[in-house]
Design a protein around this ligand. Structure first.
Ligand SMILES: NC(=O)c1ccc[n+]([C@@H]2O[C@H](COP(=O)([O-])OP(=O)(O)OC[C@H]3O[C@@H](n4cnc5c(N)ncnc54)[C@H](OP(=O)(O)O)[C@@H]3O)[C@@H](O)[C@H]2O)c1
Length: 256
C-alpha cells in the first residue's frame, strides 16, 4: 500500500486524536517522509508524549504552534515546515486542534462562545490560509491528476454534533458554543472545497466518532486507536468525488 502522502501536518498533537494520528502515521508500513506534529509547547511537559514518539521515528518533526489563532506563531510554523520541505510543498494538512464547551442556553457567556469560535473556526481557517502556498506547491509539483490526500488536501476534524441536519435527532446537551462552532467550521470546509478544487487541493470534514480522550471522556464509545485507524483508512480512499464531503471515521456520509 502506498504512503498516504509524502508530507503531513497535524495540529494539536500533544494528546488525544492528534497524538494518535502522528503515532499511527509514523508506525505505518509506508510512513510519510515528513510528519509535522504541531503542539503549543513541544519542549514543555505537555509535549512529553510527542517528544518520546519523535525520538523513535525520524519522520516526526515537532513544530511549535503556540496557538492556532496566533498569526505570528502560525507563520513561524510555516517557515519551519517550508525549511524541511525545500521546494516540494506540503501534501496534507489535518486541522485537528479544537476545544469543547458544554455551555447550555442558561450557562453560556459571550467570552466562552468567542473563545470556542476562535479556536474551532478562526484558527483552522488561518492555518489553511498561511499554509496555502505550500499546499499549492505540492498540488502543482506532482504528476498526479484529480484530487487526493497524496496530492494535496485539507482535512478538518469536525463532529456530528455540528451537523444541523442531525441536530433534532441527537439527544446530547445543546452545547451551544461547541456545536455552533463546528457547524461554522463545516461551512468553512465546504467553501474551501469549492475554492481550492481548481488548484488541485481536496477538502473534507471528518467526524472521528465519540472517542475516549480528554475531550471525549472515558465514557466515550471508541478507543482513540480504533477511531484513528478508521480515519486514516478513510483518508487514503478520498478522491475527486469526495472533496467537500462530511464523512465519519468509517467513511459514512453525514448530513451537513
Ligand atoms: N473526542 C471526541 O469524542 C471527539 C468527537 C468529535 C470530534 N472531536 C474533535 O477532534 C479533535 C481532537 O479532539 P480530542 O478529543 O483529541 O481533544 P483533546 O484530547 O482535548 O486534545 C485537543 C488538542 O488540541 C490542542 N488545542 C486546543 N486548543 C488549541 C489551540 N487554540 N491552539 C493549539 N492547539 C490547541 C490541545 O493542545 P494542549 O494539550 O496544549 O491543550 C490538544 O493537543 C477536536 O477538533 C475535536 O473537536 C473529538
Amino acid at each position: 500500500m502506498a504512503a498516504l502522502a509524502r508530507s503531513v501536518l497535524v495540529t494539536g498533537c500533544s494528546r488525544g486524536i492528534g497524538l494518535e494520528l502522528v503515532q499511527q502515521l509514523a508506525a505505518s508500513p509506508r510512513p510519510p517522509q515528513h510528519i509535522f506534529a504541531t503542539c503549543r509547547h513541544p519542549q514543555g511537559p505537555g509535549g512529553k508524549a510527542l517528544q518520546e514518539l519523535a525520538a523513535q521515528h525520524s519522520s516526526i518533526k515537532l513544530v511549535q504552534l503556540a496557538d492556532t489563532v496566533n498569526l505570528p506563531s502560525i507563520q513561524g510554523a510555516v517557515r519551519a515546515v517550508g525549511y524541511h520541505l525545500k521546494d516540494q510543498g506540503l501534501n496534507l494538512l489535518i486541522n485537528n486542534a479544537g476545544i469543547s464547551s458544554r455551555a447550555t442556553l442558561h450557562s453560556l457567556d459571550s467570552q466562552e462562545m468567542l473563545n470556542v469560535f476562535a479556536t474551532n473556526v478562526v484558527g483552522p481557517l488561518q492555518v489553511v490560509k498561511e499554509f496555502l502556498p505550500l499546499l499549492e506547491q505540492a498540488a502543482k509539483g506532482t504528476r498526479k491528476e484529480g484530487l487526493s490526500c497524496s496530492r494535496a488536501g485539507v482535512i478538518n476534524i469536525s463532529t456530528k454534533l455540528g451537523s444541523i441536519g442531525l441536530c433534532l435527532r441527537v439527544p446530547e446537551a445543546p452545547m451551544y458554543p461547541y456545536r455552533a462552532s463546528k457547524a461554522a467550521q463545516n461551512m468553512v470546509t465546504r467553501c474551501l472545497a469549492a475554492e481550492l478544487q481548481d488548484k488541485g487541493i481536496l477538502c473534507c470534514a471528518i467526524h472521528p466518532g465519540w472517542v475516549k480522550t480528554d475531550m471525549g471522556t472515558e465514557q466515550a464509545l471508541l478507543t482513540v486507536e480504533h477511531s484513528v485507524r478508521g480515519i486514516l483508512t478513510v483518508l487514503a480512499s478520498l478522491s475527486q468525488d469526495s472533496s467537500g464531503a462530511f464523512l465519519d471515521w468509517e467513511g459514512n456520509s453525514l448530513p451537513w
